[in-house]
Design a protein around this ligand. Structure first.
Ligand code: GLV
Ligand code: GLV
Length: 325
């Protein structure tokens, strides 16, 4: 019998079409709000769920008694209650590795765009305001040879450090749960306690997964430790910082600027003060979204899903302990 699968929010079309040939697919275009009757009916018989950003908690799992695998089309999996899934013997998978270089490109681009004020100056040129006499009002700050502090030296953090060190001769500091000898050897990165990293860095780049430990890790206290000229870049999740504290730090000039790909509320609320700050560069959570990488992520997520449905070990299984062979 064809397996019943729910697809939520995002899966590249060619992968979705391929999946439809193999499985009985119910598609929902959004991951929220999903607790309507159609979704509940689909959950009651689904064996697998694949997609982006579906909040998976007890309430949802109670409605999905037959689910064997939930396959995230993202590397971050803070939307999944892994402990609860593990307790119930449900596999969780994500899409690491295939997006590492793409996210690193985005984060470095965001850093450059923020430092050199590219979106602001783009608007200046396109609104026909360009005059012969450019004043210091238009200057940015240097990136090359400055100090970059990376919070979260995972694969993506390392790929960013590689670009920064080898391409831009930056001095690399990092903070991580464990020390990373490989990063220290390859990009000359030095480990710092969080407070020291914040104090010493010209650029602070947050790229840690959102977990119970990292939730709200940067508050006004931490932003105040940064240099007044410091630039903050967030490629992690909105909830790894306290967003209202970032807003205060920017308003009171405790830090100079920010580049943000993630927000506490996504899509961002129209009245969020960040949207009216010229020294804040915003992206719509698009770190991994290139044509090439979205396709690779969809393919990997689908491979994970089909493996789980067929009682094979998925290539990117997160909760190894549910795998009994
Ligand atoms: C994107 O934020 C991801 O987790 O893949
Ligand atoms: C997450 O930050 C990763 O490095 O995969």
């Amino acid at each position: 019998m064809r397996k019943k699968v729910i697809v939520v929010n995002r899966l590249e079309k060619e992968v979705l079409d391929g999946l439809k040939e193999k499985c009985d697919v119910t598609y929902f275009s959004t991951s929220s709000p999903l607790m309507d009757d159609n979704f509940k009916t689909a959950l009651a018989s689904a064996e697998g769920i694949i997609g982006l950003g579906l909040p998976v908690n007890n309430e949802l799992l109670d409605l999905a008694p037959n689910v064997k695998i939930i396959s995230n089309v993202s590397v971050g999996y803070n939307n999944l209650d892994i402990d609860e899934m593990t307790k119930r013997g449900i596999m969780a998978t994500n899409t690491p590795d295939v997006l590492t270089d793409t996210v690193a490109d985005t984060m470095f681009g965001l850093l450059l765009a923020t430092a050199r004020r590219m979106p602001e100056l783009d608007q200046y040129v396109k609104t026909r305001q360009w005059k012969a006499d450019l004043s210091a009002d238009f200057y940015g700050v240097d990136v090359h040879h400055k100090t970059l502090g990376i919070i979260g030296m995972g694969k993506i953090g390392f790929a960013i450090a590689h670009r920064a060190h080898h391409g831009f001769h930056m001095n690399i500091l990092y903070h991580n749960r464990s020390k990373k000898p490989e990063a220290e050897a390859n990009v000359n990165a030095s480990y710092r306690k969080l407070d020291d990293l914040l104090t010493e860095s010209d650029y602070v780049l947050l790229i840690t997964p959102l977990t119970k430990e990292t939730q709200g890790m940067l508050t006004l206290r931490e932003f105040k430790l940064m240099k007044k000229t410091g630039i903050f870049i967030n490629g992690s999740r909105g909830h790894t910082i306290v967003e209202k504290d970032l807003i205060t730090a920017l308003q009171t000039k405790e830090i100079a600027a920010a580049g943000l790909d993630v927000f506490e509320k996504e899509p961002i609320e129209p009245d969020n003060p960040l949207l009216d700050m010229p020294n804040v560069v915003t992206l719509p959570h698009i770190g991994s979204s290139t044509y090439e990488t979205e396709l690779k992520m969809s393919k990997l997520a689908c491979e994970n899903l089909l493996a789980g449905l067929n009682n094979e070990k998925p290539p990117s299984l997160i909760n190894e302990s549910v795998w009994k062979g």
